[in-house]
Design a protein around this ligand. Structure first.
Ligand code: IPD
Ligand code: CA
Ligand code: CA
Ligand code: CA
Length: 256
């Protein structure tokens, strides 16, 4: 029932993103002028939470725009109704719905749906990861020198340690192909299906990383924080790779 509800909620959110994409919609700013939220974020979120609540009225919900609907349940839904809002607001069809399910603090299910590419990524703990129902695996690249990487940047930056600009600069000077798509959930899924060999980002929220994290792990990849400890969606710094280039990417991000 959890899986069926997850699939239904993710699809419902994706349908709303499609409906809004080509029309005109309200866009507001949040923490900065370019930290955006649109009508589509909010309507997709309403549809997703409504779908979950209809079956599981007591479950804990953490969702980007609605915030925390805290209950005593050991099941927590971690929702990003629209990951890639800036892309969406500019008419760039690289965005998705991302929903993870955590049970007793462990991720057990994840779904990421980009309706504009008709790509539905899904993973269940211990059962592997799929793209449109076909099993996916991370890439087999074993050296950072010929890897293709992806990263993202936060809307605001105050801390000085692990400066994302310095890390980005090092990769550019080395001539490594490093992309920035604008959706952390898609970045993670594209590592899971082998399009990218590695992804890192300095400041994510749980809703950006929860679903993608389990999808990468179930596709055979490795996900840690910047110290090399296994990742948890409640941490901000993330490195996700095919496993083979993990220690090299970890060192490179840490400037070693
Ligand atoms: C953002 C995207 C972006 C990442 C930012 C996130 P949003 O999420 O995932 O790729 O670099 O850190 O905040 O605001 O589009 O849901
Ligand atoms: Ca997000
Ligand atoms: Ca979002
Ligand atoms: Ca946002």
């Amino acid at each position: 029932m959890l899986k069926a509800t997850l699939l239904k909620a993710t699809q419902a959110g994706g349908k709303i993103l499609q409906e809004y994409f080509n029309g005109s919609f309200q866009i507001d700013s949040k923490s900065t002028v370019n930290d955006l939220v649109t009508e589509a974020d909010k309507q997709a979120e309403n549809a997703i939470i409504g779908t979950i609540r209809a079956t599981f009225p007591d479950h804990y919900i953490l969702s980007e725009e609605a915030g925390e609907i805290s209950t005593a349940s050991n099941i927590k839904w971690i929702i990003d109704p629209l990951d890639g809002t800036v892309n969406f607001a500019h008419g760039i069809p690289l965005c998705c719905v991302s929903i993870g399910v955590e049970k007793d603090g462990e991720m057990i299910l994840g779904a990421v749906y980009n309706p504009f590419m008709n790509e539905f990524f899904f993973a269940e703990k211990g059962a592997g990861a799929t793209l449109n129902d076909q099993p996916i695996r991370v890439s087999g690249k074993s050296h950072l020198a010929n890897a293709c990487l992806v990263t993202g940047f936060p809307y605001t930056w105050e801390e000085q340690d692990n400066d994302p600009v310095a890390v980005f600069g090092r990769f550019i000077r080395e001539g490594l192909p490093l992309r920035r798509l604008g959706s952390a959930a898609i970045d993670l899924c594209w590592v899971a299906c082998g399009r990218f060999d590695g992804f890192y980002e300095h400041k994510l929220n749980a809703w950006d990383s929860a679903a993608g994290f389990i999808i990468v792990e179930e596709a055979g990849g490795k996900v840690t924080d910047f110290s090399g400890q296994r990742f948890s969606p409640h941490q901000k710094k993330i490195i996700a790779t095919n496993g083979k280039i993990h220690s090299e990417l970890l060192d490179a991000v840490n400037g070693k």
